[in-house]
Design a protein around this ligand. Structure first.
Ligand code: DSN
Length: 421
């Protein structure tokens, strides 16, 4: 799709940056667990004149005139979101997942009240009470983590901490946890404590709507998600809640933390939600899981240790230490990216190294699945990862170049959905 008809003449510098990114995406395998490639219709919706329109408020109740068309788009997005997730109320305006979480805190808490969320160092998220994030600055926060022996959540331990700490909101969900989350158990703990439950399913939303991961909606007062991970939509967030919270949530988003919503993004969210309702999306989500299981298996077969010894979802955390004690996640990510295999460094639970030079990397399969790769390709990807991370220092340049070439070849056979490169 040549979407730079004008830009290439009016602003060649920006056009060049976009072209370079198209080329980067076309020639590399995206293994960052939180990224994906959107469809052409989603991209098209993002590039529309809906971006011009100010629409503070909600459909039918705007502060500006001329909102009839963006009202239509937002109403459709809301209805699709409610239908797809089986929720009582949806707010599709959050600019991001962090904003969605912040709006929930604004709706449910007073400043100084207590959030209990998963430790970032164990796979949680910044916006679940990290001290350097607004969720830890404005609110008190307390963490739960995974067990050292199993590297999984221990719901008895979570209950014990919750009963001791008496949080004002319990938050579950993660950005680097390779196992299923027991929303039912979290819901029971929240009820026992007498506080609401927020389930942040940003990473796994696509798996949830496909029926391939337990559903948080029946157990949660609030569910937040981004659109752009396994759900394969545009950037941005959505909040779901029980009816009794609807007015507070809407007021928390606008005027609480945002002004005008991004109407072009909301239209693109609607498009992506319709795509996720299509029966083909279930096959896509199943392929994400199958690919992750296959990649995990192939890496372990080559002697790499994965946190929890595998994965139930779309991501895995590779602990580099047993195989390469001196290789940090930072360096490993640089080496792999040079070989056109794009990953991010990641702390592993109880990581003795700091977050800047952690012991692990995180790998995920949503994006490579979107470009059509299947289990048979995961063996090859695992072999490439192994080759790049184990080759002797003197052979690094040559090995990286060989693997980069082979990856490029595979990429050309399986183009990203929107590449015209
Ligand atoms: N930054 C995202 C991730 O990579 O998991 C979470 O918001």
């Amino acid at each position: 799709m040549d979407n730079l008809v004008f830009l290439k003449n009016t602003d060649p510098q920006i056009a060049q940056a976009v072209r370079a990114e198209q080329r980067r995406q076309a020639t590399t395998l995206e293994l960052i667990a939180s990224e994906n490639h959107v469809s052409a219709p989603v991209l098209e919706a993002l590039g529309t004149v809906l971006t011009d329109k100010y629409a503070e408020g909600y459909p039918g109740k705007r502060w500006y005139r001329g909102c009839e068309n963006v009202d239509t788009a937002e109403q459709i997005a809301i209805e699709r979101a409610i239908q797809l997730f089986g929720a009582e109320h949806a707010n599709v305006q959050p600019h991001s997942g962090s904003n969605a979480n912040l709006a929930v805190y604004i709706a449910a808490l007073k400043p100084g009240q207590k959030i209990m969320g998963m430790d970032l160092a164990h796979g949680g998220h910044l916006s679940h009470g990290k001290m350097s994030n607004i969720s830890g600055i404005v609110y008190k926060s307390v963490n739960y983590g995974v067990r050292k022996d199993t590297e999984t959540l221990d719901m008895d331990e979570v209950r014990k901490i919750a009963l001791r700490e008496r949080p004002d909101i319990l938050v579950c969900g993660a950005s680097a946890y390779p196992r299923q989350i027991d929303f039912d158990a979290f819901g029971q703990i929240a009820r026992q404590v007498g506080c609401p439950l927020l389930s942040d399913i940003a990473h796994i939303a696509g798996l949830v709507v496909a029926g391939l991961h337990p559903d948080p909606v029946p157990h949660s007062d609030f569910v937040t998600t981004t659109n752009h991970k396994t759900l394969r939509g545009p950037r941005g967030g959505i909040i779901f809640c029980k009816k009794q919270w609807a007015d507070k949530i809407d007021a928390a988003v606008f005027p609480g933390i945002q002004g005008g919503p991004l109407m072009h993004v909301i239209a693109a969210k609607a498009v992506a939600l319709a795509e996720a309702m299509h029966p083909g999306f279930k096959h896509y989500a199943q392929a994400i899981l199958d690919n992750a299981a296959a990649l995990a298996q192939e890496l372990m077969a080559r002697g790499w240790r994965l946190v929890t010894d595998g994965t139930d979802n779309h991501l895995m955390l590779m602990d580099l230490r047993p195989r390469r004690p001196n290789l940090t996640g930072h360096e490993a990510a640089i080496r792999l990216t040079r070989a056109n295999l794009v990953v991010n460094k990641n702390a592993i639970p109880f990581d003795p190294r700091g977050p800047l030079q952690p012991s692990g990397i995180r790998l995920g399969t949503p994006a490579v699945t979107s470009r059509g790769l299947r289990c048979e390709h995961m063996e090859q990807i695992a072999a490439w990862i192994d080759q790049v991370l184990t080759c002797p220092d003197g052979e690094q340049e040559k090995t990286t170049a060989t693997v980069a070439g082979a990856v490029g070849e595979l990429c050309s056979q399986y183009p990203v959905p929107n590449s015209s490169y």
